[in-house]
Design a protein around this ligand. Structure first.
Ligand code: SDX
Length: 430
């Protein structure tokens, strides 16, 4: 038996070795690719709690130690020293850029922020109160109807153009959705502004008067986008990989990822946290909601708490919480009761036996909504903001998946528990 293998003995006594594969850091994996062929059985892991779906060199998470690294760089260091555009370059190209490379990349992204004018007409078809995530996934999906000419997935230049368009155009699409919701005219992007300044301009500027971007707001958004940029094989990223694995147009694959992110168990949690805090109302009601969250017969869960991987603090939540207070003070936002309520809810939950025993800590979504609210971004746009940060992670993972020469279409199996074979019964005999 080789050292790096698990020996499996089946109920009938047949044996096989399952090779162990080692990454550069983190848990080893057991290669089960021969299992069905040799033993006629599948593994079973609903929700893929303990299943590695692919090999990746992009992001590493250690849930026990609360570690998050992009291409080996701790997220805390990137949050302190880098910018979202530089982090985007790192995630897409695996190395930090030189000053020249960064300047060229930044300029490329600025040159791709405009939409084909035809795409703007889609917004005339949406109801004024359509959810911006519905509009984002629809219009991003339509990018496959505009950019099919430069979409040979085997062509590295086309793979670059795809990533640049996703990164550059999603803020413009997001802002257009917001403008529809508020009944204001669409604001075109400005190439003289950086990524976050441009987004704030497209969101909040109006043709009737000059708009000055608040540098504090731009800086807060930049940090939030860094912290949301990627997160290994989370639900939406796995969705992009799965859709892309069939060779589907990558813009359609990203649209599928946007839809997956929208769920309240995933990126939709930041919107759900603010709704939950609004429902709780004040600290006197915290105990009632914590009890509801602990009641197995009650479907209510404490939004912004818990994580599939982090069984310790989500490092992003810690950084966002620290930034939250600073941003509110700098912006002179006095509506900190919501922040005080969130801090008290966190304090009560973290002392509660149920949350301690189940390792439930605040995650990235718990505080991010408070910052978006302080920036006057409406709750309905919170998950859209998450999607803007994660867009570069989706693009990086699609590129890594499509460039894998051993890549296969993702096609899991199942445990079938339906009826065994039976004969058709004529309708007059039923
Ligand atoms: C994101 O995967 C990623 O990386 C995602 C993300 C990213 O960057 O892409 O980090 C972003 O999606 C963060 C998570 C945002 N979602 C929420 O905040 C929604 C509330 N959280 C839960 O829905 C839940 O914690 C999940 C979905 C995040 C994780 O669910 P798991 O891993 O499937 O865990 P589980 O549902 O099996 O929970 C384990 C136990 C259960 O109790 P028992 O059945 O064992 O008795 O913990 C309980 C759960 O009921 N539990 C909670 C809870 N979260 C889990 N109980 C109360 N409140 C909660 N929030």
């Amino acid at each position: 038996m080789s050292q790096d293998a698990y020996r499996l003995t089946s109920p009938s006594g047949s044996e096989m070795e399952l090779p162990v594969r080692k990454g550069t850091v983190g848990p080893d994996v057991i290669d089960i690719s021969r299992l069905y062929k040799e033993q006629g059985v599948f593994t079973y892991d609903p929700g893929f709690v303990a299943t590695g779906s692919c090999e990746s060199a992009i992001t590493f998470i250690d849930g026990e130690k609360g570690i998050l690294m992009y291409r080996g760089y701790p997220v805390e260091q990137l949050a302190e020293h880098s910018s979202f555009i530089e982090v985007a370059y790192l995630l897409l190209n695996a190395e930090l850029p030189t000053a020249t490379e960064l300047a060229e990349f930044d300029s490329t992204i600025r040159m791709h922020t405009m939409l084909n004018e035809g795409m703007l007409s889609f917004f005339k078809g949406f109801r004024y109160d359509a959810h911006p995530m519905a509009m984002l996934s629809a219009v991003v999906g339509s990018m496959s109807a505009y950019y099919h000419d430069e979409m040979d997935a085997a062509n590295p230049v086309h793979r670059d153009i795809f990533a640049h368009r996703i990164l550059a155009k999603l803020p413009t699409i997001a802002a257009a959705a917001y403008k529809l919701n508020v009944g204001q005219p669409f604001m075109y992007p400005r190439n003289d502004l950086n990524y976050c300044e441009n987004l704030l301009h497209m969101l909040f500027a109006v043709p009737a008067e000059p708009y000055e971007v608040d540098p504090v707001a731009a800086e807060a958004l930049d940090l939030l986008f860094i912290l949301h940029a990627d997160h290994e094989q989370n639900c939406s990223t796995s969705t992009v990989r799965m859709a892309g694995s069939s060779g589907a147009n990558p813009y359609s694959a990203v649209a599928a990822g946007i839809s997956a992110l929208w769920g309240p168990a995933h990126g939709g949690a930041n919107e759900a946290v603010l709704k939950m805090l609004d429902d709780i109302g004040d600290v006197s009601q915290i105990g009632k909601y914590v009890d509801k969250a602990k009641d197995r017969n009650d479907p209510f869960r404490l939004m912004g708490f818990g994580h599939r991987v982090y069984k310790n603090f989500d490092p992003r939540a810690t950084l966002i919480r620290e930034m939250c207070h600073k941003v509110m003070e700098k912006l002179g936002r006095k509506d900190t009761p919501m922040f005080d309520l969130a801090r008290e809810l966190e304090r009560v939950a973290l002392q509660d036996e149920y949350f301690i025993e189940k390792n439930l800590y605040p995650n990235v979504d718990f505080y991010s909504g408070l910052i978006y609210r302080a920036l006057r971004i409406p709750t309905s746009m919170f998950t859209v903001m998450f999607a803007l940060g994660r867009s570069v992670g989706w693009a990086a993972h699609w590129r890594e998946m499509i460039a894998d020469s051993n890549g296969k279409i993702s096609r899991p199996r199942q445990l079938y528990t339906g009826p065994v074979a039976r004969d058709y019964i004529a309708v007059d005999k039923r």
